[in-house]
Design a protein around this ligand. Structure first.
Ligand code: NAD
Length: 387
């Protein structure tokens, strides 16, 4: 008789927040075990939101076994081993620290926190938890776009040589209308900052991830173009916008390479446009999220007469994450990044390795965002990033 494979251990996931990221993460947890061979099986144990009817409907729709209305009760559940935080930034630190102290692994959406101080306390909690065997990771999901993971591999292999320039912009247009409502994303006490923390956090993380180098100083301008917006929940018809609508900054990387960043939710016609280019001494890489299966690569060591940017279709089984998906040329999309994120965290937990981006990586991004705000207050004076 054939011996049965020993079953992989089950890890219960408890997710807080059930709207945009809640739906995207649910998809990741639900799909990951059906695509990848995993050393641990995720179980969608419970989802938490404050409105019982809404959270129960969400649980039903996305396959969560139970619904809670208080995140403390979710953390206290014995069937929850991983706490997945998909709430606005004002609750990240409190939930993450409580979860780590209760012996749970944590996945926390970006930006890690609303302030450097909060992020520092989260890093300390993650360090203490690490000693007990619990791990913590930040949800910078764009690292998990296969073309960007592959770009990182090419940079690390030296295929473009020492880096000279990084150019990144992340453009959306959902705030172009001056009468778009005042949601939590436009309130400093809830979101920390505006386009800066929302979109800028992603591109700072990507620049640091792709180059393997921290941003060490910045020179920045920010602007709030629409200073009040309709506030459906309040007594006054319009409420104050307390965050930036756009952030534009240049930066220096540790090696001396120069970087430029632009983040805005006011770029009419741009829905979710994240474009980047990295130039090195022996080549360049370029990427556009609207064509996320493609990476452009120029090898500057080739003879000039035949050199030039070529398009790599990043769908081969040798490419990151692709071994488990479809035959070459059968493209992936945005939601796959959340499947990859779930896979990487489960593998890290099962093998006891530190997942990236870590809370320390999230803190480094937070420090860059703080330096951007400080520089912008001084009209773009060059401001070193705290270490
Ligand atoms: N990785 C990405 O690409 C990406 C994209 C969008 C948002 N985000 C991040 O994800 C987080 C959530 O953003 P979103 O777009 O999903 O927001 P959202 O407004 O769509 O959802 C927020 C959810 O949090 C819940 N919530 C708020 N406070 C809560 C509390 N105290 N207890 C329980 N539930 C609470 C809300 O009810 C809602 O379900 C933010 O940190 C945001 O920056 C990341």
């Amino acid at each position: 008789m054939e011996e049965a494979e020993p079953p992989v251990p089950a890890l219960g996931v408890g997710m807080v927040g059930y709207a945009f990221m809640g739906a995207a993460h649910s998809q990741g947890w639900r799909t990951v075990g059906r695509v990848f061979d995993l050393p641990a099986a995720p179980v969608l144990a419970a989802v938490c939101g404050r409105d019982r009817t809404a959270v129960e409907a969400m649980a039903q729709r996305h396959g969560w076994a139970a619904a809670e209305t208080d995140w403390r009760a979710l953390i206290a559940r014995d069937d929850v081993h991983i706490v997945d935080i998909c709430t606005p930034g004002d609750s990240h630190a409190e939930i993450a620290i409580a979860a780590l102290e209760a012996g749970k692994h944590v996945l926390c959406e970006k930006p890690l926190a609303n302030t450097v101080e909060e992020a520092q306390s989260m890093v300390l909690a993650a360090r203490r938890a690490r000693e007990r065997g619990q791990l913590a990771m930040v949800g910078f999901n764009y690292r998990r776009v296969p073309a960007l993971s592959y770009a990182r591999r090419l940079v690390a292999e030296g295929r473009i040589g020492p880096i000279r320039h990084v150019r990144v912009c992340y453009l959306q247009d959902w705030l172009v209308d001056p009468d778009a409502p005042l949601t939590w994303r436009l309130q400093r006490d809830r979101a920390g900052s505006g386009a800066l923390g929302d979109l800028g956090a992603h591109i700072v993380d990507l620049a640091q991830y792709l180059t393997g180098e921290p941003v060490v100083g910045v020179s920045a301008l920010t602007e709030t173009f629409v200073r009040s917006r309709p506030d459906p929940g309040a007594s006054a018809p319009r409420g104050e916008v307390t965050v930036d609508d756009a952030a534009l900054f240049t930066g220096r990387l540790a090696s001396g390479a120069l970087a430029s960043f632009e983040a805005t939710r006011m770029a009419a016609g741009r829905k979710n446009s994240l474009r980047l280019e990295v130039n090195g001494e022996s080549g360049s890489l370029a990427f556009d999220l609207e064509r996320l299966n493609e990476l452009s690569f120029h090898d500057h060591t080739e003879p000039a007469h035949s050199a030039g940017f070529r398009r790599i279709l990043v769908t081969e089984p040798e490419h990151p994450y692709l071994e488990a998906w479809w035959p070459p040329g059968h493209a992936l999309g945005y939601e796959h990044t959340f499947v990859h994120q779930a896979r990487d965290l489960l593998e890290a937990i099962a093998t006891g390795t530190d997942p990236r981006p870590s809370f320390a990586d999230g803190l480094q991004v937070q420090r860059v965002l703080a330096a951007v705000e400080e520089s912008a207050e001084k009209n773009a004076v060059y401001t070193p990033v705290q270490t």
